[in-house]
Design a protein around this ligand. Structure first.
Ligand SMILES: C[S@@+](CC[C@H](N)C(=O)[O-])C[C@H]1O[C@@H](n2cnc3c(N)ncnc32)[C@H](O)[C@@H]1O
Length: 192
């Protein structure tokens, strides 16, 4: 779903970029994020700062997708060297089965009413032993954010327990999991 105006503004802010660069990326790297020579898909790439960070890791190919036109326009303007498409993540039918080595999500599933379908699609497009790096907030933190900042997240049944139940059904196994005050971060590996 599209972001509310306050969340859209927050996603373009300096604190957001600093958090992604100095907090989230180092944790993913410590968890084993390695993109060298890999085919990489970023889900919910926003205005592209993640693409800038991820492409420093020498991926073979990178594609960022997002459902919000405004985000994709900004991403294409700021980072014309990278590839972005306007696409709902619950439909990845344009990608073949087992075509991606790594999928990355910086805080997106909690915006998608049909988030289970998105997980199903990611599991389908990942190669055997492929990796999903994922960070999402807890349901209770989303409610606190909405109360304090009026970000207006969609009312879905997304939660970390439901997420973990669903990824297990799709043969995405937890390699590392790290709780942080705002986000819980995962490194998942698809079964061979
Ligand atoms: C909280 S923002 C995070 C943006 C970026 N990943 C970051 O960390 O700054 C969530 C992003 O997910 C996108 N999004 C929401 N629903 C989506 C969907 N169904 N398919 C693809 N992207 C979606 C939004 O447009 C937004 O850019």
């Amino acid at each position: 779903m599209k972001l509310s105006a306050p969340e859209f503004r927050a996603m373009q802010s300096l604190p957001r970029r600093l958090g992604q660069k100095h907090f989230e990326m180092p944790i993913f790297k410590r968890m084993g994020l390695n993109l060298r020579g890999k085919d990489v898909l970023e889900i919910g790439c926003g205005s592209g700062y993640g693409s800038f960070l991820l492409n420093q890791l020498e991926a073979k190919s990178y594609l960022g997708l997002d459902v919000m036109e405004e985000q994709i326009e900004l991403a294409r303007k700021k980072y014309p060297q990278f590839q972005f498409i306007l696409q709902d993540a619950s439909d990845l039918s344009q990608f073949e089965n087992a075509s991606k080595d790594v999928v990355i999500i910086f805080g997106v599933l909690h915006h998608i009413p049909n988030w289970r379908k998105t997980i199903d699609e990611i599991a389908r497009v990942l190669k055997p032993n492929g990796r999903l790096f994922l960070e999402e907030p807890r349901g209770v933190d989303l409610k606190a954010f909405d109360f304090l900042f009026r970000w207006g997240h969609p009312d879905t049944d997304f939660g970390l327990q439901a997420l973990e139940e669903h990824i297990t059904k799709r043969q995405l196994n937890i390699v590392h999991k790290q709780w942080t005050p705002l986000l819980t971060m995962y490194h998942l590996k698809k079964s061979a």
